[in-house]
Design a protein around this ligand. Structure first.
Ligand code: AKG
Ligand code: FE2
Length: 295
């Protein structure tokens, strides 16, 4: 998987598709193989009274994104009092629904399995933002989160650039996961006995950090910490223009977001049972390399 194969283009202008059987099959194969499903002109329209939300000022300085939890309908990461702040709920809720419709259309075989995670709005310019190296998404990484173990589930994310000023979102895409594992796994310490229980009891993790989560977090941190790797790893730049949408397994595909402002994102989790080719999952690649089960 290299070069242009990393981007799998789908030209629909409609969140509902339709897509042919062949397009659906090709999409799942590309996605599970590490490609980005790229919809160059699949815009998310704002209502006239929502354009006021296109400002970085509502975002709390401590959290880079505004988040939305579909179940509780709670919006987080907003700065200011409720009365003085416009509501983000309707836009985020509508975006979540659009992504659901898109996934139903393009990846119907996942339908039974997909679990919806958080929705986010990213109104702050990425370039020049200060953060610790572990939180710095301008460094190539695979997604793994210290407080939210996935316990083997896949992380599938949908993004849309809603920038109103014709500014693209610039990413770098890195080498295949197997190469990442080859390079960093030998340096990862094994989890300490009892540490999973301890992290959960201290509420550092929301649920138990499995050995799989441990190694994924190690890879994430070690990739980001390695300045030479960041420069020298095989990689390619790709820019997502306004009105474009893309879908990617961010636990598999090494990525870095370099520049851009105003994007929406919806996270989904896919249990391993839902995969077309489970052997391509990070879990299976790591288990093979380490010679033992990680869940
Ligand atoms: O905001 C983006 O474009 C992607 C940032 C990223 O790497 C992430 O959210 O995991
Ligand atoms: Fe990421």
């Amino acid at each position: 998987m290299w070069g242009l194969k990393m981007i799998h283009i789908l030209k629909t202008k409609n969140w509902k598709g339709p897509f042919s059987k062949q397009e659906q099959e090709d999409a799942v194969v590309a996605l599970e193989g590490g490609a980005v499903l790229y919809f160059p002109s699949l815009p998310f329209g704002l209502e006239p009274d929502e354009t006021i939300l296109l400002s970085p000022h509502y975002s709390h300085p401590k959290s880079k994104n505004i988040g939305y939890d579909l179940k509780s309908r709670k919006v987080t990461g907003v700065q200011g009092t409720e009365e003085a702040t416009p509501s983000f709920e309707s836009m985020l809720d509508r975006y979540a629904t659009n992504t659901k419709i898109l996934l139903e259309a393009i990846l119907p075989q996942y339908q039974k399995y997909l679990e919806r995670g958080r929705t986010s709005y990213r109104p702050v310019e990425i370039a020049g933002r200060q953060s610790s190296y572990r939180k710095d998404d301008t460094r190539l990484h695979i997604d793994a989160f210290p407080s939210s173990p996935v316990q083997g589930k896949r992380i599938l994310r949908v993004f849309t650039n809603i920038n109103p000023h014709d500014q693209s979102r610039f990413w770098r895409l890195g080498e295949p996961f197997s190469k990442v594992a080859e390079r960093f796994l030998p340096h990862c310490p094994h989890p300490l006995p009892g540490s999973q229980w301890f992290l959960e009891r201290l509420c550092i993790t929301k649920t138990q950090r499995t050995p799989y989560d441990h190694y994924m977090l190690q890879l994430h941190n070690r990739m980001k910490a390695d300045e030479i790797y960041q420069k020298e790893a095989e990689q390619q730049e790709f820019s997502f223009p306004p009105q474009s949408t893309w879908i990617v397994y961010t636990d598999l595909t090494s990525h870095a977001a370099m520049q851009g402002q105003y994007a929406l994102e919806q996270t989904y989790y896919l249990p391993m049972d839902g995969m077309n080719s489970p052997e391509l999952a990070p879990l299976k690649i790591l288990e093979k390399a380490l010679g033992r089960p990680l869940l």
